[in-house]
Design a protein around this ligand. Structure first.
Ligand code: FES
Ligand SMILES: [Fe+2]
Length: 363
C-alpha cells in the first residue's frame, strides 16, 4: 500500500494576518535570528540598532570586550535609546538623559539622588540572548532558549571547515531585496532546487550541477537543511581557485531555521541569505558577500553582481507570482513531489520546512 500523498501547506498559513501575528510573537521571537556582524562593533562602545520580531534592539561592545544585546528601551519612561550605528562611552537616553553603562546598568540620571530609597543598582536595561557564531551576531528573544549549537548541531565547525578564513571576514556588501510575498514563500523557494534547472540558467550552468543537487533534511539533525551538489568544471569558473585549500572545489549551504542561510561557493567563498518578515505580505532578503577585512575584491564583487542580476532577480518573480496564487480562490494545495530517492527533483526539504511551519503555529 502506498502512503498517502503529502500536500503543500494550506494557503491561509501564508496569507492570514492572524497567523502572521502568531508567528511574530511566537516563532520569530523564539528562534535565533541574524542581527549583524562583529565587524560592526569592533571597538568598545560601538553599537548598532536593528529590529527583530517587531522589537527594536541594539548590540553594543562593552569595556570587557563582550558584545551584548538589549531591548532599545529606556527603563525610566520607555523612550528609545539609540538609532542607527555609532560609538558612545555610555548610553544616554534622549528624553531625560538617564545614562547607562555599556553593561546596561543604570549609572546616573538628573536628580535621581533626591528620591528617597531610589536604588540605582536595581535598574538595568533588559538584555537579550546573544551569540557570536563564527563572527555573525545572532539574538534570540527567548531567555530560556538553548544555545545555537543545540539548535544546529555541528554547523559551526562544518562552516569553519569550508571557510577557513571566516574569522578574518567582514561584509563587503549586504544587499537588501524587498519581496511582495509572505516570508515563508521566499524561504521555501530558497530551500528547493526543483525549480533551478528551468529558472536559474546561470546558477545551474555556471556554479552547480543540478542533477547532483541534493538537500538533506535529516543529515546531522537539528533545525538545519544542508544543500550539497557537485560543481561545474572548476577550471571553467570565472575566477581562480586555490585547490590546495580543503573544500576549495565544493559547494555547500546550511539553512538555519527559520530565516538564515550560509553558503559556500567553490573557492571557499562565503555568502549568506537572511530574511526579515515585515507583515503578512512583505519580507526582505539580505544577500551578503564577504572578504577579509571587508576590503574590495573584483572577484567577489563580480560574483555578487552576477548573482543579483540572475538568481536573485529570477527568484523575485517566482515568489511574487506564487504569493498572488496563494491568494487565489482557485488554489487548492497540491501534492509535494517526494521522490523516495531524494535528489534535486524532490521536495523533501519543503515537507520538512512545512512541518516546522505548521508546528510553529499549531503547536
Ligand atoms: S525615558 Fe529615558 S530618561 Fe526618561
Ligand atoms: Fe531560486
Amino acid at each position: 500500500m502506498n502512503a498517502p500523498l503529502v500536500h503543500s501547506l494550506e494557503a491561509r498559513y501564508y496569507t492570514d494576518p492572524e497567523i502572521f501575528a502568531q508567528e511574530m510573537s511566537g516563532l520569530l521571537a523564539r528562534t535565533w535570528q541574524l542581527a549583524g556582524h562583529v565587524s560592526q562593533v569592533r571597538e568598545t562602545g560601538d553599537y548598532f540598532a536593528f529590529e527583530i520580531a517587531g522589537e527594536s534592539l541594539f548590540c553594543i561592545r562593552g569595556r570587557d570586550g563582550e558584545i551584548r544585546a538589549f531591548y532599545n528601551v529606556c527603563q525610566h519612561r520607555a523612550h528609545q535609546l539609540v538609532q542607527g550605528t555609532g560609538n558612545t562611552r555610555v548610553v544616554v537616553c534622549p528624553y531625560h538623559a538617564w545614562t547607562y553603562e555599556l553593561t546596561g546598568q543604570l549609572r546616573a540620571g538628573p536628580n535621581i539622588k533626591s528620591v528617597p530609597g531610589f536604588d540605582r543598582d536595581k535598574i538595568c536595561l533588559t538584555e537579550v540572548r546573544c551569540e557570536d557564531f563564527n563572527g555573525f551576531i545572532f539574538v534570540n528573544l527567548d531567555p530560556d532558549t538553548v544555545p545555537m549549537d543545540e539548535w544546529f548541531p555541528g554547523v559551526r565547525d562544518e562552516i569553519r571547515a569550508y571557510v577557513p578564513n571566516i574569522d578574518a571576514l567582514a561584509p563587503l556588501e549586504w544587499v537588501e531585496i524587498r519581496e511582495n510575498c509572505n516570508w515563508k514563500v521566499s524561504v521555501e523557494n530558497y530551500s528547493e532546487c526543483y525549480h533551478c534547472p528551468i529558472n536559474h540558467q546561470t546558477f545551474a550552468e555556471g556554479v552547480v550541477k543540478p542533477e547532483t543537487y541534493d538537500i538533506q533534511p535529516d543529515a546531522g539533525g537539528g533545525y538545519v537543511l544542508r544543500h550539497t551538489t557537485e560543481c561545474q568544471a572548476l577550471d571553467q569558473m570565472s575566477y581562480p581557485i586555490d585547490m590546495s585549500v580543503p573544500h576549495a572545489g565544493d559547494y555547500q549551504s546550511w539553512f538555519l531555521w527559520p530565516m538564515v542561510s550560509f553558503q559556500c561557493y567553490p573557492g571557499n567563498v562565503l555568502n549568506t541569505y537572511h530574511w526579515r518578515a515585515h507583515d503578512v505580505d512583505h519580507c526582505t532578503v539580505w544577500r551578503g558577500w564577504y572578504t577579509e577585512g571587508g576590503v574590495e575584491s573584483e572577484v567577489v564583487r563580480a560574483l555578487a553582481v552576477q548573482d543579483r542580476e540572475t538568481t536573485v532577480e529570477e527568484d523575485i518573480h517566482l515568489v511574487e507570482s506564487v504569493y498572488r496564487g496563494l491568494k487565489s480562490k482557485g488554489y487548492k494545495p497540491g501534492p509535494l513531489v517526494l521522490d523516495p530517492k531524494c535528489g534535486v527533483n524532490s521536495e523533501h526539504s519543503i515537507e520538512r520546512l512545512q512541518q516546522w511551519m505548521r508546528e510553529a503555529v499549531d503547536g
